[in-house]
Design a binder for this molecule. Structure first.
Ligand SMILES: [Zn+2]
Ligand SMILES: [Zn+2]
Length: 181
């Protein structure tokens, strides 16, 4: 019997983000947690859409995921979506976590963009999804932002910053994580 904590994954708006479900599962297992992958899409409404910015409001989506999660009687959860999301004080976010509600949201919208300035190997988009899901799950487990640019927990708001990260936690974050268990 395994008693590893489960992290529930929900598709948000549609199933498109699940193209990368194996990277998301790997990011959960990276923390020795067990992925519990739901195929019930959480639908969005005009309330969550900001027409002037043509983006969806991450904070309201998080609330919606929390409601579904509570009625499903699940614990920590990660929503995955392919739509572009933002927060009131940001142009966009790759992902966001609400530690009080114990919900993360990851958007693949910008992580799948290929920039001409960056030379990309074939695996890079998958690596980005892994690193940024692992970043949000790190928050979900209590980690905060890390000043080490190579660390998964460093804050990224450009693809270059995502690509410059290594798919690991620095020693400091690893030590912090032990204290959080
Ligand atoms: Zn963060
Ligand atoms: Zn770190």
């Amino acid at each position: 019997m395994s008693f590893r904590e489960k992290i529930t994954v929900y598709p948000v708006h549609n199933m498109d983000g699940y193209k990368f479900v194996s990277q998301i599962e790997a990011a959960i297992r990276f923390y020795d947690r067990e992925p519990d992958v739901s195929v019930n899409v959480i639908p969005l409404s005009p309330r969550e859409y900001d027409g002037s910015r043509r983006q969806f409001k991450a904070d309201l989506i998080i609330e919606k995921i929390a409601q579904v999660r509570d009625s499903d009687k699940k614990g920590k959860s990660l929503g995955v979506t392919s739509i572009d999301i933002s927060m009131p004080n940001m142009n966009f976010v790759f992902g966001v976590t609400n530690t009080v509600k114990k919900v993360s949201l990851l958007s693949t919208a910008r992580l799948t963009l290929i920039s001409k300035e960056l030379f990309l190997g074939a695996k890079t988009v998958e690596e980005r999804i892994f690193k940024e899901s692992a970043h949000e799950i790190g928050h979900l487990l209590g980690l905060t932002h890390c000043p080490e640019p190579m660390c998964i927990m460093s804050f990224a708001n450009t693809l270059k910053q995502v690509d410059d990260k290594l798919p690991i936690l620095c020693n400091n974050c690893r030590e912090k994580l032990k204290g959080l268990r």
